[in-house]
Design a protein around this ligand. Structure first.
Ligand SMILES: [Zn+2]
Length: 58
C-alpha cells in the first residue's frame, strides 16, 4: 500500500520521500480526524485519498 506523504518544509503532498518542490523530507500525512477506534476510519481515509487525487495532489 502506498501512503500519502507531506513535505515538512512547504506542506506539499507527495508520494515520494523527498519533496518534488523543495527537496525537503516528506513524512506520512495523518488525517486530522482519524481515530484508531473508528471502524469507518479506513473507509474515510480512502475517500480522503480520492479527494486528494481529484484535487491533483497525487
Ligand atoms: Zn517541500
Amino acid at each position: 500500500m502506498r501512503y500519502i506523504l507531506k513535505c515538512v518544509s512547504c506542506g506539499r503532498y507527495t508520494l515520494k520521500e523527498a519533496c518534488p518542490a523543495c527537496s525537503s523530507k516528506a513524512v506520512r500525512a495523518v488525517p486530522p480526524k482519524y481515530s484508531p477506534d473508528d471502524k469507518y476510519g479506513s473507509y474515510r481515509r480512502q475517500v480522503k485519498e480520492e479527494t486528494w487525487m481529484k484535487e491533483g495532489l497525487l
